[in-house]
Design a protein around this ligand. Structure first.
Ligand SMILES: NC(=O)c1ccc[n+]([C@@H]2O[C@H](COP(=O)([O-])OP(=O)(O)OC[C@H]3O[C@@H](n4cnc5c(N)ncnc54)[C@H](O)[C@@H]3O)[C@@H](O)[C@H]2O)c1
Length: 264
């Protein structure tokens, strides 16, 4: 492997929800680029499988079961990253869930669960990771928000509210920790092919992604197409980027199409 590609050599990375989808791609790519990765997921079997893939490819990883609702679990994950890598430099907050209901349909416990996993967990992990990053002289946090945090999605009240919260929390943390040399950025994916979304589209009338149909590029992203921009934000190439909200959506939120103009 080229030395140029091993730009995260010596870095310790903590990735949440790394057992599948976007988080898995981030973990694999970070390890390929030299980071020691704590692969965490609510599913211990999925975390183990990704850590094994990294080991098999010659990288450094450790699996840990972590539900991001668990504050003590997050503290343990931060400590485990430090034990694995000698310090924590990179935090990728990937965990997110959606319960597609409008506010009238949604129960209190469902609302609380979406806000907890998608937004409050970022407060929790940042709170415990930041002192460790300060010890290393700085670090980078990348939050995975959504285009639903920029524009509202129908029947996704809690999801949109939580992801909008992630966008502003990202900007807030960027301001508060810039002097500690800790950069904080977010990616906002559009439709991305992951186990969860594959489940949605299986039940659509065409069996295909109805979201991809609305997108100018007429396709969903592969998880790698979200992971690479997320990792860019954590890399030295983004050394002057903090508080950025990088939309990665195939043009989905670029504008709206007026059929009349297409016919002129
Ligand atoms: N896939 C998309 O189209 C899409 C679009 C926009 C934003 N996002 C965001 O990207 C992130 C990752 O989404 P995805 O589709 O890759 O994931 P996914 O739903 O396919 O699941 C990835 C992993 O998350 C884990 N997970 C779920 N709840 C967890 C919890 N409480 N604690 C720890 N792990 C948990 C699961 O076990 C699974 O292994 C989420 O924040 C999601 O909101 C995804």
């Amino acid at each position: 492997m080229s030395a140029l590609l091993r730009d995260f050599e010596g870095k310790g990375a903590l990735v949440t929800a790394a057992g599948a989808g976007i988080g898995r791609s981030i973990a694999l790519d970070l390890a390929r680029r030299g980071a020691a990765v704590l692969v965490t997921d609510r599913s211990p079997a999925d975390a183990r499988q990704v850590a094994d893939e990294i080991d098999a490819a010659g990288g450094r990883a450790q699996a840990l079961q972590l539900d991001v609702k668990d504050a003590q679990g997050i503290r343990d994950a931060v400590d485990a990253t430090v034990a694995l890598a000698g310090g924590l430099d990179l935090l990728f907050n990937v965990a997110g869930i959606n319960i597609p209901k409008n506010v009238e349909m949604m129960e209190e416990d469902e609302w609380a669960s979406v806000l907890d996993v998608n937004l409050t967990s970022i407060y929790r992990s940042a709170k415990h990771a930041i002192p460790q990053m300060r010890r290393r002289g700085g670090g980078a946090i990348v939050n995975v928000a959504s285009i639903a945090g920029v524009l509202a999605e129908n029947r996704c009240g809690a999801y949109s509210a939580s992801k909008g919260g992630v966008v502003l929390l990202t900007r807030n943390m960027a301001m508060d920790f810039a002097r500690d040399n800790i950069r904080v950025n977010a990616v906002c994916p559009g439709s991305t092919r992951t186990p969860r979304t594959e489940g949605y589209w299986r039940n659509s009338p065409t069996g295909k992604s109805e979201m991809a149909e609305l997108c100018p590029m007429k396709r969903s992203a592969e998880p790698e197409e979200i992971a690479r921009p997320a990792i860019f934000l954590a890399s030295a190439d983004a050394s002057y980027i903090t508080g950025a909200i990088l939309v990665v959506d195939g043009g989905m939120t670029a504008g709206f199409r007026i059929p009349t103009f297409d016919r002129m």
